[in-house]
Design a protein around this ligand. Structure first.
Ligand SMILES: Cc1ncc(COP(=O)(O)O)c(C=O)c1O
Length: 369
């Protein structure tokens, strides 16, 4: 299967280790196992230390699947299958539902899997670009024009990476009715990471019979090192995914499964910790944006990233490379997400680093413009 280069991952592989001020990362201040156990008030993990490291329950432990189903309104463990991260879940959904010649509508900017994988399968992928003038939200009329009776799947991310825009339930219902019976895949890795309660959304799996939700522990739970993700959807869809899954997953590590269960069972504590960090980062980011003449931005309502427009006549790749070598500040170029003239910032990590990095970026922009 020939597939395009994954531009975001290539960028990180090449430049992340060179950054002094990494303002590109999408995680929220990752936790250690000690942090997790402390938060969960657990001192005894003998049960996992004594466990024989077989493949474990092939489709994931009943405990973990039950914990995951608690993140949804109507999904039972039978509606869930475990994967290697959300990246594994997205891939399995595309491989399960999309065939060569199918029509897929992908809403961009997005994580590249959402267009490059269906393209690699031979689907006719129609790209619908979000626009800042519409607050980075999908235009339903535009979507309706793209949908035909051949549309098999619509795919999007909510809250969006990179813009941080949140599609609230009413708008999502309009997307569902515009879909005309097509499947809708919503990558929900950032669901629940919102700066105000009103931006908490219902999962697509609970809103729509043909909706598939993918997610993981990487973002909202600050545990990207536990390579646990999942897909949730109706039982027929999960059956199809499991058929593909036999070929590339077998099972998720029993160790990861164990700690993932603990994390989700302590969701409220972890989310409380993380929402505080999101709010702290948002304060720093919004204050800086309001006082920075070279930058424009629709402030994010959810997720961990924002998309910064800049006024300098330089491509985003060139800007990011020069900025990194001059100052040690790292952003993600918009070109890796098919939109030049923008930079993605991840603002939910270390807020001191964020402040210093943004100050250095402002000084650098004053100097070069
Ligand atoms: C929108 C989106 N989906 C999926 C992934 C992959 O996440 P995971 O670590 O769960 O595989 C990422 C990672 O950055 C992401 O931003």
């Amino acid at each position: 299967m020939r597939i395009d280069r994954f531009k975001v991952e290539e960028w990180f592989n090449k430049y992340e280790c060179k950054a002094k001020y990494d303002l590109a990362d999408t995680c929220i201040d990752s936790m250690s196992l000690n942090d997790l156990l402390k938060l969960a008030e657990m001192t005894d993990i003998a049960e996992i230390l004594d466990k024989k490291l077989t493949y474990g329950e092939i489709q994931g432990s009943a405990r973990l699947k039950s914990a995951i189903s608690s993140l949804y309104l109507n999904q039972t463990p039978e509606n869930i299958t475990l994967t290697h991260g959300a990246i594994g879940a997205n891939q399995l959904v595309f491989l399960s539902l999309v065939e060569s010649g199918d029509e897929v509508i992908s809403i961009l900017p997005a994580y590249q899997q959402h267009y490059s994988i269906p393209e690699s399968i031979g689907a006719n992928v129609k790209r619908l670009f979000l626009k800042p003038e519409n607050n980075w939200l999908p235009d339903i009329d535009e979507l309706k024009k793209l949908v035909t009776n051949k549309t098999k799947l619509i795919t999007l991310i909510n809250p969006n990476n990179p813009t941080g825009a949140v599609i609230e339930d009413d708008l999502m219902k309009e997307i569902i009715s515009a879909a005309n019976g097509a499947y809708i895949l919503v990558d929900e890795v950032y669901r629940g990471i919102v700066r105000e309660n009103k931006y908490n959304t219902t999962s697509i799996a609970d809103l729509y019979e043909k909706g598939i939700s993918t997610s993981s522990l990487s973002k909202g739970f600050s545990l990207a090192g536990l390579r646990v993700g999942w897909a949730a959807g109706n039982k027929d869809i999960i059956k199809e995914i499991n058929h593909q899954r036999q070929y590339n997953t077998i099972s998720v590590s029993q160790i990861d499964d164990y700690f993932a269960s603990i994390a989700i069972e302590n969701k409220d504590k972890i989310f409380k910790r993380n929402i505080e960090k999101v709010k702290e980062g948002y304060e720093v980011l919004s204050e800086w944006i309001n006082s920075e003449p070279h930058i424009s931005c629709i402030l994010p309502n959810g997720g961990t990233t924002a998309f910064l427009g800049y006024d300098m006549k330089i491509s985003s790749y060139e800007l990011c490379k020069k900025l990194l070598s001059d100052t040690g500040v790292l952003f993600l170029p918009g070109e890796t997400l098919e939109l030049d003239g923008f930079l993605r910032i991840g603002y939910c990590n270390d807020s001191d680093k964020l402040k210093t990095g943004l100050k250095k970026f402002s000084e650098w922009m004053d100097y070069i413009s």
